[in-house]
Design a protein around this ligand. Sequence first.
Ligand code: NAD
Length: 262
Amino acid sequence: MKIVVNGAGGNMGKEVVRAVLAQEDMELCGAVDLNEVGKDVGEICGLGCLGVNVTSDLDYTLKRVQPQVVVDFTTPFVVMKNIETTMDNGVNLVVGTTGITNVDLEKVRLKAAEKGVQAVIAPNFALGAVMMMNFARQAARYFNNVEIIELHHDKKVDAPSGTALKTAEMILEQRETPPKSTVQELEKVPGVRGGEMGGINIHSVRLPGLIAHQEVIFGGVGQTLTIRHDSLNRTSFMPGVILAIRKLSSINGVVYGLENLL
Ligand code: NAD
């Protein structure tokens, strides 16, 4: 399988390059990024020369190397354009870039149908994170009150994380909007109670040293239940990314969320 990694010079892109190279049935045939252009992607990833140089033009690269799959880990600002370019070239996609809204997702589904391509989009490719979301969905049937705290490295641009949004969505699928607090709150620092989605408060922490972490805290009478997941290293996402690449040929249209492939 010929793979192009888009965002190959970034933290996740470099990890995907290493993971793809470790697969016997996959060939890295292109690496696209706006940084490190012209450099050998193997040198950037600490793997020595691979003979694949970083290019800056996705469309040109796809036409030249004709891959079966593009893996995109870029930024929320450019991901929709990247998806469009890839689908216009008739190439299947695995997208890990976050910040894709439900409205965006609908556009992607229409485009995929129009072009006859497949895509897996997942805000979190770590198996443990998928478990955390599923456990949270389960617990939501028994606890009315819940808040989400997501913690990420300080270079993350979007907040809240795609994982936090997806977790909130999954919790809300299970039950009605949580009851409003009867307490009249006095917020002395604006925003200190976090953002709100469907009545669920979400708090985003950004600090150097962190990778990707989340706690879902349920509160009940005389008890709390905390479900926590930690990605301690970016390799945690790679089994999910590789699984998604392999599953592309057997899915229809767009699959959103790794849990739908397990
Ligand atoms: P990063 O900033 O380290 O890397 C992003 C790379 O994309 C950079 O090298 C940048 O130069 C490149 N880029 C920007 N615009 C581009 C364009 N138009 N074309 C090609 N390349 C472009 O960020 P990161 O930590 O690697 O994260 C990337 C994305 O993946 C973020 O949205 C992050 O939230 C998400 N993420 C998802 C998962 C998951 O499991 N789905 C896990 C971790 C991170």
